[in-house]
Design a protein around this ligand. Structure first.
Ligand SMILES: CC[C@@H](C(=O)O)C(=O)SCCNC(=O)CCNC(=O)[C@H](O)C(C)(C)COP(=O)(O)OP(=O)(O)OC[C@H]1O[C@@H](n2cnc3c(N)ncnc32)[C@H](O)[C@@H]1OP(=O)(O)O
Ligand SMILES: [Co+2]
Length: 152
């Protein structure tokens, strides 16, 4: 088993510049019930539901001090979330979203090493370009990259 240490070499200079954990996404069988639980039981700041047909999802974001939780529910039978919930009826952890500062450069670099699910980025829930990497190439965890330009 390998482990990281302070002496590990720096990443290649052309690798993506990964920033914050933008969100952790959870697929839920009942979006209203899940949102109410985060609002009323955990006392979190819960946003409005958004429908995103181009992604086949309804989504509610929960703001935390340092990141967000994205609650995902299928919008239609062809939704990737419908397939996920058919295999995981109680719901579950769906993906992690990492911020990068240039998504096309990041995709060009990582696509030589892992399967990229979107050759071209799509516009995600925050109006920024997003793309996904195959979970089977990243320890069983679906990874989303979201382009967030560094503040000037
Ligand atoms: C709201 C917009 C945006 C944002 O701005 O934040 C979003 O987050 S959109 C979120 C929804 N969109 C996506 O998930 C797009 C990317 N996903 C996909 O392309 C597909 O879901 C997938 C990951 C390629 C899986 O699709 P498919 O191969 O058709 O499904 P299978 O059920 O056959 O899965 C194959 C294999 O992979 C395992 N799997 C599937 N999903 C996940 C997952 N989320 N996390 C971990 N593993 C996953 C699945 O269990 C299968 O494994 P085996 O059973 O071992 O074969
Ligand atoms: Co997401």
């Amino acid at each position: 088993m390998s482990s990281s240490s302070s002496t590990s070499p720096p990443p290649p200079s052309s690798s993506p510049s990964v920033g914050r954990l933008n969100h952790v996404a959870i697929a839920v069988p009942d979006l209203e019930a899940a949102a109410a639980r985060y609002r009323n039981v955990l006392g979190c700041q819960v946003g409005e539901k958004q429908d995103l047909p181009e992604h086949g999802v309804s989504v509610v974001f929960i703001d935390l001090p340092n990141t967000k939780i994205e609650l995902l529910h299928p919008l239609g039978d062809n939704s990737p979330i419908a397939k996920f919930l058919s295999k995981n009826p109680s719901g579950g952890l769906h993906h992690l979203c990492l911020e990068v500062d240039d998504i096309q450069e990041s995709l060009d670099f990582v696509s030589e090493k892992v399967r990229v699910l979107d050759k071209k980025p799509k516009i995600g829930a925050h109006g920024n370009p997003v793309a996904f990497l195959h979970p089977k190439d990243s320890d069983g965890v679906l990874l989303e990259m979201e382009e967030v330009k560094p503040a000037k």
